[in-house]
Design a protein around this ligand. Structure first.
Ligand SMILES: O=C(O)CCC(=O)C(=O)O
Ligand SMILES: [Fe+2]
Length: 225
């Protein structure tokens, strides 16, 4: 499932762009595995740079307050958000898969059940730069307004198309979910969404309480906390 949703406020996006303008940038290949490094031509901010630290906190705060993210990802651990730029010669990331387990600073391991990109530039300000997610036989091309996020299966082959004008700034990170398995997460999200819609239509009732119980009992059965 590929899900898009607004995440960062306008002031957050502005602050992010301001910090990234003055941040140090290094070759993105430094953090890629062998296959991905061959496909990767972008730049990233080192994770320990002060700008990255402030921005990580900004993105994590927004994630904690996003009902859509919480309902879809059912997060157990979030890898510290990283920041990338595609422009000029370092302008694309060819088809690749993300490593199944990422090692964060301090030795924490995060299984990459879900991948997320938060777009930080207005789509009109650059050409190209679509994130293309290949899911079996179907492909989905995603280019979102500044501050919007896309959450997609960590299992997918994906790529960032060349940026041919301007530059594309983004935050990207991975999420280990409490619920293992895309299908289970999708069922829970569908149930959650249907329940919210039912409540809006008819208010709370014995039936919505009962369905709410079913949701939590499924989550209790599947969650690994
Ligand atoms: O820039 C993006 O949207 C995705 C980055 C990516 O796929 C990666 O760093 O593994
Ligand atoms: Fe990737």
């Amino acid at each position: 499932m590929v899900l898009t949703f607004p995440l960062l406020s306008e002031p957050d996006v502005e602050r992010a762009r301001e910090l990234l303008e003055g941040a140090p940038w290094v070759d993105g290949r430094a953090t890629a595995g062998d296959q991905a490094a061959q496909a990767k031509r972008n730049e990233q901010v080192p994770g320990d740079a002060p700008a990255a630290r402030e921005l990580q906190a900004l993105v994590l705060r927004a994630l904690e307050r996003s009902p859509r993210f919480l309902a879809a990802a059912l997060p157990k651990r979030v890898f510290p958000p990283a920041f990338n730029r595609y422009a000029d010669e370092a302008n694309h990331y060819g088809p690749h898969v993300d490593g199944a387990v990422r090692f964060a600073e301090g030795g924490q391991r995060v299984r990459t059940d879900l991948s997320c990109t938060v777009f930080l530039c207005a789509p009109e300000s650059y050409d190209g730069g679509e994130l293309v997610i290949h899911d079996g036989t179907a492909s989905q091309s995603v280019k979102l307004p500044a501050g919007h996020a896309v959450l997609y299966p960590g299992t997918s082959v994906h790529e960032v198309r060349p940026v041919t004008r301007g530059s594309r700034l983004a935050s990207f990170f991975w999420v280990e979910s409490m619920v293992r398995g895309e299908e289970r997460r999708r069922l829970l999200l569908e149930l959650d969404d249907a329940l919210t819609a039912l409540r809006q239509l008819h208010g709370e009732s014995a039936e919505t309480v009962s369905l709410m119980g079913t949701y939590h009992n499924l989550l209790r059965m599947w969650a690994d906390t």
